[in-house]
Design a protein around this ligand. Sequence first.
Ligand SMILES: [Fe+2]
Length: 507
Amino acid sequence: MSGTQPPPASSRTSEEGAGWTRGTPGSFEELLPAKVPAFSWRRPGVLWRSRNDVLARLFGDPSDAIRRRCVEALAERGAPAAFTVHRPATEFSFLLMGDTGEGDRSQYAVVPPLLKAGAGTDFLVIASDVIYPTGDAGDYPAKFFRPYRDYPGPIFAVPGNHDWYDGLRGFLRVFCDLAADCAPPPWRGPLGLVPRLLWRRPGEVDEGALAAARAEHRGAPGQQASLPGPYWAIDTPALRIIGIDTGITGGIDRDQGRWLREVSAGPKAKLLVTGKPLRVDDEVRPGPIEGGGTVDEIVRDPAHHYVAAIGGDIHNYQRYPVPVGEGPGARVVHYVVAGGGGAFMHATHTIPRTGVVPEDRFRCYPLRGDSLSRYSKLYGRVTRLPKVFELTPEEATVAVRHRLGIEPARGYDERIAPSRRALFVAAVLGVPRGDRKRPRLLRLPVRRMPQRFRSELADWDRPPFFKNFLRLDVTERELRIRCLGVTGWAEHEADPPCEDDVTIPLR
Ligand SMILES: [Fe+2]
């Protein structure tokens, strides 16, 4: 990652940079376990294990009540009320990625470029969904300790909805060193009988297996660290990094809300890390706080000096630089989605021409044309109609340009008109017209289908993977955020394609 060399090709400059050109298989192949577990969301056992998601949506999200018990247990153990870790270095670097843990090829493909581009970083943050499908402690050896055994620094995390399907027990055991079951179902009365009966209790924690996995894979002294709780702050001289726990459905409890207001006060620059992004797919999702107010109100308040809010949950990269405030207090908050750390890919071609920020300031990875091309190939394979569905990256990009009315980042000859077939495929695979949120044509499932059916289709195990992670470099004066792309080819492992690069003043 030398600053003196010209930047390597990226998806924004060439098909080769996007990983469409066949290269040498990446070295991640050598890191894979002898048997890569077949991960399927359609297995009845996985569906049954994930039932807490359905219960939380039907009967109310119990995360707030469970979290309160966890926090009480942590406080009894002596966790500081501010839930803050202090790090003295003014200049430091860290990595951030979201939605990692399926334990499969797409997770391992991220590891070699992560280690290369992350050389010299001080720590790694995982933003949501550390472990799929249900956050169990028993899955941590294969989906956390083993994949990241060679990252020499500590790893911190905020939980995502999937980590909560275990009542957060695995997460608390690994990241907070808390061995407690905080999760008796909180529903009361006769109406609560159904969710009380059906709620999946956390799996037993095999302490011996966890300790052995930690000792075998991440046992070095420099890799050890514990978080004060499921929400936390890492305070440094120039920047305070604040991680929040957004439970299953995206809200936070009133105690966490009060804590968030307290740690957000003061003139120091702040960076929010959340399990649910506040701007995503050209929508504002402010994040309700129990008892009133939203997370986004706290982020936008000029007195709090937030410079960025980064969330996982959606498995791609998006950045919206949003101007907030007026007069001398006016500034820009960068709202980032960074959920491409290992699990299946969410489409970007369904994002309309943006209104949250003007389209020319919006960034995403994969580019919409690449996303459409990838999905068109999947549909060609699944329907066995490749001649109907498959679009080359160029055909897909031209169709996206036509339907959205945007200038795609990777320029192809502007005189090329899209074919009727390409426009049809773009429409049925969900490319909206202009800034309309939904296309008129009946769409095939790409985004709005339940994850358990969609992900099966969207989880491929060959390059280009279109995964991503962030490298963040902090100095006294500025924060630099780079989005590095992961294709899965060896050619892109040593110097991964830089898909976005923004430097934000901290004062
Ligand atoms: Fe996820």
